[in-house]
Design a protein around this ligand. Structure first.
Ligand code: AMP
Ligand code: MG
Length: 487
């Protein structure tokens, strides 16, 4: 249903699924909505009229105070393994307004995060605080600019109401745009509490929405599993390559589309340390940097389990098919990672020893607490003196080996540098920069710091002089950086 003036163009396919998959539910109105930020380029690509979105009526939509024409709000049901424990969840602080059909014919979910309690809320208030919503905005948009599949952030509005956490904080609502909100946890919910027919409906819906090419495959459910595994292997490799730590890779936070979702306690690594954990609740390091590929495989095994009744009539054979598919994940991941690492070092062709060349550099970085992003950037721009490892004899040896490796390929120095420039971000959302932007925004109502940061992060691979400030490391601190779930 096209609403010409504003550009909303909803078609709500999820609502046509079995009623047990969701609960129709409207957002709860808020007192005094104020637009904090609108993602204009994203709004335009969705076919939305930017001016209208900034008007009182437009902002009322992002606040949950007005339902746009054609929307049909609902909260989705899902389950999930949270830190390994299976539980019923569902949208406890989110409402899906509907699916926007974009001018290019894409279908995307438009979801409000923080619009009040829903039937799935359990103990929480269904609300969100301004700081964490702006944090999701900054980091998801940075991920997008880095070329990493992710949900996007369309707008943040302040609600004019306080949310009570440890203290009272200003409330806000984020409008999130996603290929869909289908999660491993959605399948877990239907597999556990629904019928096999419902499971098949969900799987067919997913295939149609995200993997239409496999619709005619002989065993399309096996193809679905294989395709999701492929996308996740590619996604997690991309995280590792930029030093992104998700922080809460529960099965409800793993999408079937292959997008990164749920920016709670995530953060980027500074000094290279595979054991890095930022989240204050991840005490065991379950979701530590170097555990992410393993945990992704674990989540995908849970996904495979949900599909068993569809994979084969005989359980034994279904299990065998699932296991084969799952065992492929680590190979696919490793191949993606190696390809990405070769590119980070300007390597075009393949040699068996590449992996040890890469690992030797990482070991040196770990031993000397070298900054991950800055090391690769300095190698890219041949600024050896800027590398934390400069002057260390083992590094000089490694550097010679690397140079010799580069000379064993045909590509020119210029193409090597081009490949490295495209593979090594000059800037990432450094934790202290993100905190500084949030503090100015939340404490002083000054959004200029965040706007500058967003601007720099929108072209992360280009190393321009004004970026220099954004590459510097935080002042040394006795306290390691900690993140919180942001509920
Ligand atoms: P998350 O940690 O954001 O993945 O959320 C896990 C579950 O907790 C989901 O079911 C959320 O909807 C729910 N949840 C998180 N925060 C709140 C809140 N403030 N009120 C109600 N439910 C919440
Ligand atoms: Mg979640």
């Amino acid at each position: 249903m096209m609403n010409k003036e504003k550009g909303w163009n909803f078609d709500n396919s999820y609502e046509r699924l079995p009623k047990s998959f969701f609960t129709s539910h409207n957002p709860t109105s808020v007192l005094a909505p104020k637009l904090i930020i609108l993602n204009e380029p994203l709004a335009e690509s969705l076919g939305l009229n930017v001016e209208e979105m900034q008007s009182e009526d437009g902002v009322a939509v992002f606040a949950g105070n007005r339902i746009p024409e054609g929307a049909s709000p609902l909260a989705q049901a899902y389950a999930g393994h949270q830190f390994g424990h299976f539980t019923m969840l569902g949208d406890g602080r989110a409402v899906l307004l509907g699916e926007q059909i974009t001018p290019s014919g894409e279908r995307v979910d438009i979801q409000l995060k923080g619009p009040g309690r829903t039937p799935y809320s359990r103990g929480g208030d269904g609300r969100a605080a301004l700081g964490p919503m702006l944090r999701e905005y900054i980091i998801s948009e940075a991920m997008h600019a880095l070329g990493i599949p992710t949900t996007r952030s369309l707008a943040v509005v302040a609600t004019g109401e306080a949310v009570i956490r440890e203290t009272a904080l200003p409330g806000a609502i984020l409008t999130r745009v996603a290929a869909s909100h289908l999660r491993v946890g959605t399948f877990q919910y239907v597999a556990k509490w629904g019928s096999v027919e419902e499971l098949q409906i969900l799987a067919d819906y997913t295939i149609k929405r995200h993997y239409p090419d496999i619709e005619a495959d002989e065993n399309r459910y096996l193809s679905l599993l294989q395709e999701v595994i492929k996308r996740q292997a590619a996604l997690i490799a991309k995280w590792q390559l930029v030093g992104f730590i998700h922080g809460v890779m529960n099965t409800d936070n793993m999408t079937i589309s292959g997008e990164t979702i749920d920016y709670g306690p995530c953060a980027f690594m500074d000094a290279y340390d595979p054991a890095t954990v930022f989240s204050s609740i991840d005490r065991q390091g379950r979701y530590a940097y170097d555990n992410q590929p393993y945990m992704a495989g674990w989540n995908l095994a849970r996904f495979a389990e949900t599909l068993l009744p569809l994979l084969h009539d005989k359980q034994e054979q279904a299990v065998e098919l699932a296991q084969d598919a799952i065992s492929n994940f680590s190979k696919l991941y490793q191949a993606n990672w190696l390809e990405g690492m070769r590119a980070k070092l300007g390597i075009f062709n393949e040699e068996i020893e590449d992996e040890s060349l890469i690992n030797d550099l990482l070991t040196l970085m770990e031993k000397n607490q070298a900054d991950y992003t800055n090391t690769f950037r300095a190698l890219t721009y041949d600024k050896r003196e800027e590398i934390d490892l400069f002057g260390i004899p083992e590094f000089s040896q490694w550097y010679e080996l690397w140079q010799a490796r580069l000379s064993r390929q045909e590509e020119s120095k210029a193409s090597v540098q081009q490949l490295m420039r495209n593979s090594n971000p000059a800037v990432i959302p450094r934790n202290h920069r993100v905190e500084e932007a949030l503090e100015a925004a939340v404490e002083q109502g000054d959004y200029s710091v965040m706007e500058r940061l967003l601007n720099v992060l929108s072209k992360p691979y280009a190393y321009t002089p004004e970026k220099k400030d954004y590459c510097t490391l935080p002042a040394p601190s006795n306290q390691p950086y900690r993140t919180f779930c942001g509920t």
